[in-house]
Design a protein around this ligand. Structure first.
Ligand SMILES: O=P(O)(O)OC[C@H]1O[C@H](O[C@H]2O[C@H](CO)[C@@H](O)[C@H](O)[C@H]2O)[C@H](O)[C@@H](O)[C@@H]1O
Ligand SMILES: O=c1ccn([C@@H]2O[C@H](COP(=O)(O)OP(=O)(O)O)[C@@H](O)[C@H]2O)c(=O)[nH]1
Length: 498
């Protein structure tokens, strides 16, 4: 308990989105439902076990909410106005950082008002976390929307141990250096004791940015940070590839009702010989267009027949007010319409397209129903869908076609790895997946399952938290106990942007 009577927590997670969505029923009653998405899926079991607090935004504008409990997690909402959402979330997070960090697949936009909003909102998240974290507690900040929070939080609460995990790639310096506020972002992240990345390549890209932009010394994975007002600190920057709750996906898939549903799905599709599946947020990073192009050409070439193969494409709605996402939706739906128009028969449709988000049960049934999962992302931090498919296939069947540009491809080496830009290569890999003999499918799936079962999300979070605790131990050993300052201010360095 703090002096003003609010409860304090030894373990606090901070992320842009809360792990719950507000649902308003027809009669006006409100409830909270667990929201879909990689980050939520990954952290929910960890939070339940730790009895921690989760600081984040409730996903809608101008919602004034008091902290509440949901599913065993203490929820601390941060309010965002419609303007904050436009500038900080849709603007700087999803129209500047997202494309910049994903190989500039779409052109990033740089606007100083978006940056100002990003600084302002990051400060509010840092203050909210500072208010609920207990003395010398742990705060774990998530993702690219909140890269300034570690340093802001350290300035308010130097007693805390702070972790940061970047769920998306960290770009090579040649790309990152475009960002007018690159130094502030790097210094913001360096407020953490441990900075986790999906892949070793991301950690190396970050260390290089530190070398190019600051005078801190780097000796992988350690960075020695010296700021004017804090003693020299050690920051660890390394890879912690995220995973899923593998056992729970497997046990879901083993339920007879899920297997029944998988059979129903195949029947509803007209029982084709092969069902292929794609599951993605409707995002330009996911390579949905490349996948459709390869599939359309295989139908046109006569290498696949519509009666034999159906592609089920789930494209769940995402960031629908950002222009690049609106354009992508038009483009994808035009392509799907064309392919279906060109190749459908009265009884068969080549693509079963769903612009919807499905619950976990339906996802597990889809995974079981699919002979082939197509993951053709042009760049993806990890791609949990690939791991969920593998975890669900307790029957040791199914073929995973996996883009080399996903974090998952560093671990899932016995998938059929593809370069989605190479349409001919993608086409031949799809054909190989469809005709793969049962024994090869079994041997590959067995190896993939070993990896996903042994390296699950509990192991991921444990590895990160252990490193964080070790960092805290080392820090307190190296320095005298710290006094909490009362006048520290985060200053915005606008000079480089102007
Ligand atoms: O919150 P949204 O804007 O609707 O976006 C959903 C989430 O997308 C991103 O997911 C990333 O994290 C996954 C788990 O680590 C990873 O597998 C995937 O490759 C990443 O793209 C984003 O990073 C989250 O913050 C969003 O909530
Ligand atoms: O209709 C859907 C589509 C996706 N997902 C979940 O959303 C997550 C997507 O994570 P991934 O890492 O593949 O990509 P992200 O969307 O986070 O970039 C996975 O857990 C999926 O099971 C879901 O629950 N329903």
């Amino acid at each position: 308990m703090s002096n003003n009577g609010t409860r304090e927590y030894d373990f606090v997670v901070v992320s842009n989105r809360l792990p719950v969505d507000r649902v308003v029923a027809a009669d006006g009653t409100e409830s909270w439902a667990t929201s879909p998405g990689g980050l939520v899926t990954a952290l929910e079991p960890v939070m339940r076990a730790a009895d921690g607090a989760w600081v984040g935004w409730a996903g809608q504008p101008d919602l004034k909410l008091s902290p509440f409990e949901s599913g065993g997690i203490h929820i601390v909402p941060v309010e965002l106005s419609a303007q904050d959402i436009e500038d900080y979330y849709e603007g700087f997070s999803n129209d500047t950082l997202w494309p910049l960090y994903h190989d500039v697949i779409a052109p990033p936009s740089y606007h100083r008002v978006w940056w100002d909003s990003y600084v302002d909102v990051n400060r509010r998240f840092a203050e909210a976390a500072a208010a609920v974290a207990s003395r010398e507690g742990i705060v774990w900040v998530q993702d690219y929307q909140l890269q300034l929070v570690p340093r802001m939080l350290r300035e308010i609460r130097p007693d805390l141990t702070i972790g940061f995990f970047n769920h998306i790639p960290f770009p090579p310096y040649g790309i990152f250096s475009q960002l007018p506020w690159r130094t502030q972002v790097v210094e913001g992240l360096l407020g953490a004791d441990v900075i986790g990345f999906q892949r070793q390549a991301d950690a190396s890209n970050f260390s290089r940015a530190v070398r190019r932009l600051t005078s801190h010394s780097t000796r992988n994975p350690v960075i020695e940070v010296g700021w004017e007002r804090s003693p020299t600190r050690r920051v660890i920057a390394k890879a912690f590839p995220i995973s899923i709750d593998s056992a729970s996906f497997e046990s879901l898939a083993r339920e007879p009702r899920i297997q029944r549903r998988a059979r129903e799905i195949r029947e509803a599709l007209g029982n084709p010989k092969t069902v292929m599946l794609g599951v993605d947020r409707l995002d330009y990073t996911k390579g949905i267009g490349h996948r459709l192009k390869a599939f359309g050409e295989l139908l046109a070439d006569g290498e696949l027949a519509v009666e034999d193969v159906t592609l089920v494409q789930v494209a769940s709605p995402s960031r629908e007010r950002v222009e690049a996402y609106m354009n992508l939706r038009d483009e994808i739906e035009l392509t799907v319409g064309r392919i279906n128009g060109d190749f459908a028969t009265m009884s068969h449709q080549p693509i079963s397209y769903h612009h919807q988000g499905y619950p976990r049960d339906e996802m597990a049934a889809l995974y079981l129903a699919a002979d082939v999962l197509l993951v053709t992302a042009l760049r993806d931090g990890m791609n949990l869908v690939a791991k969920e498919y593998v975890a669900s296939r307790f029957d040791e069947d199914g073929v995973l076609v996996l883009s080399e540009f996903t974090g998952a491809s560093d671990e899932l080496k016995r998938a059929l790895l593809v370069n989605p830009h190479d349409i001919d290569g993608l086409k031949s890999t799809i054909l190989r997946a469809i005709s793969m003999p049962r024994e090869e499918r079994r041997s590959r799936m067995r190896a993939l399952r070993k990896r996903v079962t042994e390296h699950d999300v509990a192991r991921w979070s444990q590895a990160f938290i252990d490193t964080l605790r070790q960092a805290a131990h080392d820090r307190f050993e190296r320095t005298a106990p710290m006094e909490l300052p009362d006048d520290l201010e985060w200053t915005i360095d606008r000079r480089k942007a102007d």
